[in-house]
Design a protein around this ligand. Sequence first.
Ligand code: KG4
Ligand code: ZN
Length: 326
Amino acid sequence: MRVLGFETSCDETGVALYDSEKGLLANVIYSQVKTHAQYGGVVPEIASRDHIRKLAPLLQEALAQAGLTLKEIDAIAYTAGPGLIGALLTGSAFAKSLGFSLQIPTIAVHHMEAHLLAPLLESPKPDFPFLALLVSGGHTLLVHVTGLGNYQVIGESVDDAVGEAFDKTAKLLGLGYPGGATLEKLASQGNPKCFHFPRPMLKDNSLNFSFSGLKTHSAQIIAQHTPADYADIARAFQDAVVDILTQKCKKALQRAGLTRLVIGGGVAANQSLRASLSSLGEVFFPRFEFCTDNAAMIAFTGALKLAQQQKDSDRTIQAYPRWELT
Ligand code: KG4
Ligand code: ZN
């Protein structure tokens, strides 16, 4: 089965083609990051307009990359949520219209389920069951995964998502948007001994996280120091985040009686986090381009769902800005 995938939940327009026998045939992406950077964050209306401009050309590029025509596609998967409503609607409307004109099934995909399954695109891939740590701009989730569609959220952020905390601290450090990767670069030049950031909720009994206090702490420290100290501050912030995520994953693995840990979402691109989590045992990370938003994970998740006959029951355009994983 060949499944076309569309990703338009935020500021990346992605189109990919996944073949259930041959694997990934095409994966193209257009990032709007530069457009939004001048505003210091994603402007939803601009994001939607850009998706509309880019979807058709990217589809042609993906088909050319795979050496296929539209007639050779068996189904179409698209991100139906969670995300920005206008952005989601562009991808959903495009996918559903194409499905209607080709008379093939469409499959609504949950963006975070796709992040969770992205490590399964790699080889060796993790077997079920496993613990998934999902760390993106909008979510921080610990999920006990026993099979496709069998997800139990056992921990989550009670306030800011971890990517959001990176972005907000990066902004305070004058690093621009999105700041996660730039903050990581700056932190690599920092001295780990100069500052110490708090570890909120680390000692409590739950598997939940809290990151909004770290942003407040960053704001206070930055206000008291000069740019000469920014690398040390970035380092202390990152060390705190990495420590919190590592300790909570360790606790979650023990509690759930699991040995395999799978990491997904944009923050999983962070090298310090990868190094620290690797110490916890059998750990699976997707490659860099499958950590941040992409359509390969959408086409792949669509193919897995199609194999289980999970497809849209009608041609209604679906978009769910808020959508629980479970
Ligand atoms: O999964 P993703 O591409 O989009 C969402 O679904 O939100 O994640 C984007 C987030 C942003 O907050 C970005 O700053 C963060 O991932 N990020 C990083 C790194 N690369 C991206 N955070 C820390 N270190 C990185 N290297
Ligand atoms: Zn994402």
